[in-house]
Design a binder for this molecule. Structure first.
Ligand code: SUG
Length: 448
């Protein structure tokens, strides 16, 4: 049976703004307080989805969340009507209002960890929503994420959903951004590669000094257990703490893998040789031939990687067996990175082509092409069981661009977040969206 890697991209929500909320994420901090353009952000994301669909890849869409999150503000003690909750938060605790308005759910690489059915003990596709426990504005995503994923992958014969891990730093989990799957074919058992930043319970592992390590070893292990993965099908590796301190807040800022290939920076991991040998041995047992492409620091520095998001690219397998890299425009703007990419594609290796996308609105908050997508490997039967409303088609692209044009503002600054009208605009837009994507009631305002 044929199998596919389906990319589900996060649709940027109407409150996209630059809140400076992510300590340790260089772009988020340096663009704090700039005014944003939510309409442009959403259209840039949709253009990428359309382009991939037109190239013949399976493409889906993942809905944004209800923001401002009034219920979250109520939990923090703000009371009254919805408009009063927003006004009071704006007056007394603006940072909390900003956090409750973040459109950060667009970075769906952090929505969940997904294990394909070929890897799991019960032969179903498993999803664990990420608790995103490291940042308050992201920790409020998982309940809605779970409902949206449940509405997209509803058939329990094929899909199993797990609630987010306990909401404490010891189980900090950032989802697929720290998870890669290697395989010979998407439908065959593969090796799931979990990268963590620190251990919560074992002091032998080093930790970064400056910025937080968001993912713990214990969280990765719990996800592997929940999904019923076999020991032979899992490899754990530690991120180099010094790159976290240089702004690599997720592993997908310094490495990307697909199929049998890992594309990574020389400084990305600790004990790299041991890790590569384990990946090779375990993928070998699955009939695969593990290959790695190491980008040397002499050609691309960690700073270049963080600024250009070279590794936050989508590494896609084409029908002829070659690979394509989807990179953000910022890669073209960095001379060393661009030179490296030219030599990579002309060397006769596996990666033959680079395609560049303008995702500036998302990039300014530290979200590149890979952050914007959640990969779900599915066989034909499973793909047929996915809610068809979320699979990208030319008509759906048309409907969604019109929907964005109708509902989104083209300028948003911090003061606008205090406007209770924004909440009404968002709810109207999202209510229509759930009908377009045939999701049913998934948002708090639709349920309560
Ligand atoms: O969690 N930025 C996100 C970016 C997530 C990128 N995802 C992956 N690498 N997979 C984060 O730091 C910034 C929001 C703000 O500052 O307004 C933010 O949440």
């Amino acid at each position: 049976m044929k199998s596919y890697e389906v990319n589900f991209d996060g649709l940027v929500g109407p409150t996209h703004n630059y809140g400076g909320l992510s300590y340790g994420n260089v772009a988020s901090q340096s663009n704090s307080q700039q005014s944003s353009n939510p309409k442009e952000a959403a259209l840039q994301g949709l253009a990428k989805m359309k382009a991939l669909m037109e190239m013949g890849f399976q493409q889906g869409v993942l809905a944004p969340q209800e923001r401002p999150d009034v219920a979250a503000l109520r939990r923090l003690g703000f009371a009254g009507s919805d408009a009063q909750v927003i006004e009071r938060a704006a007056k007394d605790a603006m940072p909390l209002l900003v956090a409750s308005c973040s459109a950060s759910s667009m970075w769906v690489a952090n929505a969940a960890t997904v294990s394909p059915s070929a890897d799991t003990a019960d032969g179903r596709v498993h999803f664990t929503a990420a608790n995103l426990n490291c940042k308050y504005h992201r920790s409020i995503e998982h309940p809605t994420t779970s409902r949206v994923l449940g509405a997209m992958f509803a058939d329990q014969k094929h899909f199993a959903h797990h609630a987010a891990l306990p909401a404490v730093a010891q189980f900090g989990d950032e989802g697929a951004a720290n998870h890669t799957r290697f395989c010979r074919d998407y439908g065959q058992a593969g090796v799931e590669f979990f990268v963590f930043g620190r251990s919560a319970f074992d002091t032998r592992y080093p930790a970064p000094q400056k910025y937080p390590a968001r993912q713990t070893l214990e969280a990765s292990q719990a996800v592997a257990r929940l999904h019923g993965l076999s020991g032979d099908g899992v490899v754990y590796a530690q991120q180099n703490p010094s790159v976290i301190d240089q702004g690599v807040f997720h592993n997908d800022v310094i490495a990307v893998g697909n199929g049998e290939v890992l594309f990574y920076h020389e400084d990305a991991f600790l004990e790299t040789d041991k890790m590569l040998a384990e990946l090779q041995a375990k993928l070998g047992k699955c009939g695969g031939n593990f290959q790695s492409i190491c980008v040397p620091r002499s050609q691309v520095t960690v700073e270049d990687a963080v600024r250009s998001y070279l590794f936050n690219s989508q590494l896609l397998s084409r029908a002829d067996g070659s690979m394509l890299l989807i990179v953000p425009e910022e890669c073209r703007g960095n001379e060393r990175v661009w030179q490296y990419l030219q030599s990579l594609t002309s060397s006769g290796g596996l990666i033959r082509e680079v395609k560049v996308f303008d995702l500036k609105q998302s990039m300014q908050n530290g979200g590149g092409p890979a952050c914007l997508r959640l990969r779900v490997a599915l066989n034909q039967t499973e793909l047929a069981a996915v809610n068809p409303g979320v699979i990208m088609t030319a008509p759906l692209y048309g409907t969604l661009t019109q929907w964005v044009d109708k509902h989104y503002r083209d300028r948003l600054s911090e003061n606008d977040l205090a406007d209770p009208q924004l909440l009404l605009e968002c709810r109207t837009a999202l209510d229509e969206l759930t009908q377009i994507l045939k999701l049913g009631a998934v948002y708090p305002f639709q349920i309560n």
